[in-house]
Design a protein around this ligand. Structure first.
Ligand code: ASP
Length: 580
């Protein structure tokens, strides 16, 4: 060993000890003939002082050199409160250079002005910085807590294949060509879904895995092509059991990492979440639910509203208190454009001050309708009412997006709060315009609600499932479901999805067969670990919590992956690159 202590370890109580430290030179300062070096490792920084007699030892040492130092711990005259080791320094007696370093292309400090591309190219230097290092350490802590809590409750960790078969999570697969089976491909798992269900059929009872998943999707700010799920599955269990287990894991994580022990886990059905918050991942750090004011305007003199209702649409309203002087005309114009992203035709608004209305629909609405609106919404002076009249799903999502946007901009969100909510009973199917058929909203192994079983193949639009999400501060933290464990029910779902016998056999044959040999009722979840650590560490950039992330275009700037391969390698795989 090059050291007997780390750079974050020594304290006042160690004064007088002879020690050996090793690390990177974070900073070097000369004071006359004395040289001070801040020595850094993962654990912290210790000041090393080379007096006149020893300063020659470090005459060639520059930032980021790796050195080993021997010396004596001594009390500092004035402590440095910024360092945990700030009360002491090590008076050097000897120094060995273990490795020299070129001038680094970026400054290794908490604050850096280096652009993200440069930080990704030299990620190993970026990792030396506390903001990245601390998040990787936090991520490890989360995984450790998960393993401990789940092991306590008899879950066992099982690894499932990476070279596998296409899994139906709805994204594009990453494919790996097979050398031995020409023209055939493995798919990298989008999740270990089928394997974990097969483990239940195999009698493993309670499984978890910190599992790598791969999805070849267009990336967004909070996505990476490869990511990790805390994947769980339980037998002889239903929603109550899996919710309790997940809540236990979350409580342990938030207690140990954030010191928070007053978490609650309310439940909201999908339809109610859409109705009140216009989102299946509502941020409940503030309430502000939407109200349905359709009935008020059924016979409105304002034809935009009454026609909308006559055509089967709805009118949704959202109230922001004490906001009349915070939202300008210009802002309303911006919001009017904003709702168009969600396909809404426009946003109507009213301001209510001292019993008087103003706003975009003030003149169009007769006094008695405004009075009725004021009564239903219990308006107070200073309130702003925003309304969208449109098809139900458009009105809900557009106004839901406004709720989120203005919640943020008007400072309604308590940033110190952790607000969990289970969203339950998701739709069983979604209609894919692209494919012209119903597709699974979660995945095809999700059980329908008992009361919807007879709608499985006949009324897909009104069939709801036993799928659930756990949402935290407006982010979907996990998805999961109670699974189908009856092969006949599974066949019905495939039928509703319009899959032919051939397709079913080819895609899921082995899986379906397994259900013919005794399958326990089971359910599970996949928790996105990156998102969890992002929220815990207060970043909104997923790259911050991944050791070696890819860019938004799925490229690794450090290793230049993906890259071309030798002709030999292609030949082995019988592959030819198409020239276009
Ligand atoms: N495999 C699912 C997902 O990745 C989670 C689950 O149903 O357990 O969303």
């Amino acid at each position: 060993m090059n050291r007997d202590h780390t750079c974050g370890e020594l304290r006042k109580t160690d004064v007088g000890k002879k020690v050996r430290l090793a690390g990177w030179v974070a900073k070097r300062r000369n004071l006359g003939s004395i040289v001070f070096i801040d020595l850094r490792d993962r654990y912290g920084i210790t000041q090393i002082t080379f007096d006149e007699a020893h300063s020659q030892l470090v005459k060639d040492v520059r930032n980021e050199y790796v050195i080993e130092v021997r010396g004596v711990v001594s009390l500092k005259e004035t402590a440095n409160p910024k360092l945990e080791t700030g009360e002491i320094e090590v008076i050097a007696e000897d120094c060995k250079i273990l490795s020299s370093a070129k001038t680094t292309p970026m400054i290794i400090a908490d604050e850096t002005d280096a652009l993200e591309d440069l930080r990704l190219k030299y990620r190993y230097l970026d990792i030396r910085r506390n903001p990245i290092k601390d998040k990787l350490i936090m991520r490890d802590k989360v995984a450790t807590i998960v393993r401990r809590v789940l092991h306590e409750d008899d879950f066992i960790e099982v690894e499932t294949p990476i070279l596998s078969k296409s899994t139906p999570e709805g994204a594009r697969d990453y494919l790996v060509p097979s050398r031995l089976y020409k023209g055939k491909f493995y798919a990298l798992p989008q999740s270990p879904q089928q394997y974990k269900q097969l483990l239940m059929i195999g009698g493993m009872d309670r499984y978890f895995q910190i599992a790598r998943c791969f999805r070849d999707e267009d990336l967004r700010a909070d996505r990476q092509p490869e990511f990790t799920q805390i994947d769980m599955e339980m037998s002889f269990a239903d929603e109550e059991d899996i919710f309790a287990e997940v809540e236990k894991v979350m409580k342990a994580i938030f207690k140990e990492i954030k010191g928070v022990d007053d978490l609650s886990f309310p439940r909201v059905k999908y339809v109610d979440a859409m109705d009140k918050y216009g989102s299946d991942k509502p941020d409940l750090r503030f309430d502000n639910p939407m109200c349905n004011v359709t009935e008020l305007f059924r016979n409105s003199a304002f034809s935009v509203f009454s026609n909308c209702v006559a055509e089967g649409g709805v009118i949704k309203a959202l109230v922001f208190h004490n906001a009349t002087d915070k939202l300008s005309r210009k802002k309303f114009d911006e919001l009017n454009e904003f709702v168009k992203i969600y396909k809404a035709k426009g946003l109507a608004y009213l301001k209510y001050d001292n019993g008087e209305f103003t706003g975009s629909v003030n003149n169009a609405l007769p006094a008695e309708e405004k009075k009725a609106l004021s009564e239903q919404l219990k308006l107070n002076s200073g309130d702003v009412v925003l309304m969208v009249a449109d098809k139900k799903n458009i009105a809900e999502t557009a106004l839901g997006a406004i709720r989120k946007k203005l919640g943020e901009e008007l400072g309604l969100i308590d940033k110190d709060k952790f607000s969990f909510v289970w969203i339950t009973e998701f739709p069983m199917y979604e209609y894919s315009e692209e494919e012209g058929r119903w597709v699974s909203a979660h995945h095809p192994f999700t059980a329908p609600r008992d009361e919807d079983v007879d709608k499985l193949t006949t009324d897909q639009a009104n069939c709801y499932s036993r799928a659930y999400d756990l949402v935290l501060n407006g982010y979907e933290l996990l998805s999961g479901s109670v699974r189908i464990h009856d092969s006949q029910m599974q066949a019905k779902v495939f039928d509703a999805l319009g899959l032919s016998k051939e397709q079913i056999k080819n895609k899921f044959g082995f899986f379906i067969e397994a259900f013919e040999y005794g399958a326990p009722p089971h359910c599970g979840v996949g928790i996105g670990i990156e998102r969890l650590v992002m929220i815990l560490s207060g970043t909104d950039n997923i790259k911050d919590v991944v050791a070696f992330p890819k860019t938004a275009s799925a490229y690794c700037l450090m290793s230049d992956a993906p890259n071309t391969v030798d002709q030999d390698q292609l030949d082995f795989l019988s592959l030819q690159i198409k020239k276009d």
